[in-house]
Write a protein that binds this ligand. Sequence first.
Ligand code: FES
Length: 220
Amino acid sequence: MTPIAPASEQPDTFAFSADNLAAAKAFMAKYPDEYQASAVLPLLDLAQRQNGWLPQAALEYVADFLGMPSIRVFEVATFYTMLNLAPVGRHHVQVCTNISCWLRGADTIVEACRNTLGIGFGETTQDGQFTLSEMECLGACVNAPMMQINDDYYEDLDAGSTQVILGTLKDGGTPKSGSQIGRKTCEPLGGLTSLTDDAKTAGKTPGKLKKPRARKGKGA
Ligand code: FES
């Protein structure tokens, strides 16, 4: 479960901005009247983007908005790690240490983050710029090891590229997201091994499929 901010950090109230109020209503309009609760995740995401994290007041506000018991919203908010129940830095660095990333060097990535940022897991830099979190599988195993920073994935990492990414953010820049070794999406590391004749067949109409032959034997 994500850490929950102490009472001293919890604001008393929360309300959607005018833009987010309209966006929330648009999300709710996608669901039938009796299933409005299905909009809970997009509404929590809206609230988090507005406030930077999800205080208790925001959970209760969303519960009221959707006519749900607040405990059910709390259950959702504590289940999904992308929902932060305590303040995080401007750049939320989430390093996957699950099996594929671990086998491909996640420990090195964690070490590079610790050395570059001077913080460990669950900590935020003094200037409030970076929070470092440990994540379970983030679904990009094929390009392991990887980390997520805010909405972007950084894949095929090593210590050097991790330092470059964090250094660029420290300097106020925008690092290149995706594969750091130039791999196109999740193609094999050594290049394509199948469907390599695309260029030759491009533009040609596929031939007529042959009818499968009837099988001999019982009932044929
Ligand atoms: S194990 Fe790291 S993305 Fe799946």
